[in-house]
Design a protein around this ligand. Structure first.
Ligand code: GCU
Length: 329
């Protein structure tokens, strides 16, 4: 029997199966990875003769910027990328990097799951060949470095790494710090050799990519909740036969469910490992002192267009509905 290996442009077919490439920048076992492995499992179980899903972790196929470009061309089918990276494709994505936008996690989750995001934001990059299909929790971002940052005065004048995006740079300017935009994979060395004084991220960065080895204080100033997104090549997803599309849509739902359950566990584990094995200290910060400096950015960003104003109103309503003093958790 002769097997033919046919390569049709970007639509790689091995034997009779289409190869679906998924790329993300986190290590194996990270919630994003586990989410996409659940995605793979669902597709391969339901369409075993048609698709093989390859999940590339650790930024093996490139950093977020490069892999998003490869997703535009169809060389990669799915990419997990932070909202900050999508700002380069459409300004609508800048809203997710606006500091202190959500009053608590409940409000953040409700907004992310709302039709506003799906209808007004996810379609905005279709003309560039990519679309967002769903979101992963990436927690709350906080500052960390070799000393505690209890008030905004403590970060004044420091060189702090941010994800490359104009909103992140504006936020750091407002804090009085110097933003140093760089890719995620470069941060460990930059912290180690002093190219930067500090970084900011969720707790998982301390243990999964070992930033806790080179930063002994993690301060809860809680400046952002920036989601990761499941991005797809638009031609790929829209050219699927209807029955296959249903399986892919369900697989995306499952990936999101799994990631969110794993996220909660991973944050606890990150705190435990960083404290017990790396000697990291977790410090409470004066959130208001940070918040005051950046609140004027809200108006600057959301007053730009009518759609942005509507989105801001929707967020504020959700914040009110989920206010902490309403007695829930
Ligand atoms: C988080 C996020 C990643 C992002 C990274 C960063 O880990 O989940 O998508 O790349 O932060 O700060 O670059």
């Amino acid at each position: 029997m002769i097997f033919t290996f046919v390569s049709c442009g970007n639509n790689d077919v091995v034997g009779f199966k289409k190869i679906v490439r998924v790329s993300h920048g986190q290590p194996k076992g990270h919630p994003d990875d586990l989410g996409m492995l659940a995605f793979k499992k669902h597709i391969e179980e339901n369409l075993p003769d048609k698709y093989e899903v390859l999940v590339y972790s650790n930024g093996l196929l490139g950093d977020s910027k490069n892999t998003l470009e490869l997703c535009q061309t169809g060389a990669i089918d799915f990419v997990i990328a932070s909202a900050s990276n999508l700002e380069a494709f459409n300004k609508a994505y800048s809203i997710f990097s606006v500091p202190y936008l959500f009053d608590n996690e409940r409000a953040y989750h409700e907004f992310m799951d709302s039709s506003v995001v799906n209808e007004k934001i996810y379609d905005t990059t279709i003309d560039q060949g990519i679309r967002v299909m769903g979101w992963f929790d990436a927690g709350t971002r906080n500052f960390y470095g070799s000393k505690p940052f209890k008030t905004v005065e403590d970060v004044k004048g420091l060189k702090i790494r941010v994800q490359p995006s104009p909103t992140n740079v504006a936020m750091m300017d407002a804090f009085g710090s110097g933003a140093v935009p760089m890719g995620f994979s470069e941060v460990y060395t930059a912290l180690q050799n002093g190219t930067i004084d500090a970084a900011e991220n969720n707790e998982l960065a301390l243990n999964t990519v070992k930033h806790g080895e080179v930063s002994k204080f993690y301060s809860y100033n809680k400046h952002q909740m920036v989601p990761d997104f499941i991005v797809v090549n638009y031609d790929f997803i829209t050219s699927l036969p209807e029955e296959d599309r249903k399986v892919f849509d369900r697989a995306i739902e499952i990936a999101q469910e799994v990631e969110k359950v794993e996220w909660v566990k991973a944050v606890e584990e990150a705190k435990r490992v960083s404290t017990e094995e790396m000697g990291v200290q977790f410090v409470e910060a004066d959130v208001q002192s940070f918040k005051k400096k950046v609140l004027p950015l809200h108006e600057k960003i959301f007053n730009k267009t009518e759609t942005l104003k509507q989105i801001y109103d929707a967020i504020n309503k959700i914040n009110e509905k989920n206010a902490d003093n309403k007695g829930e958790k």
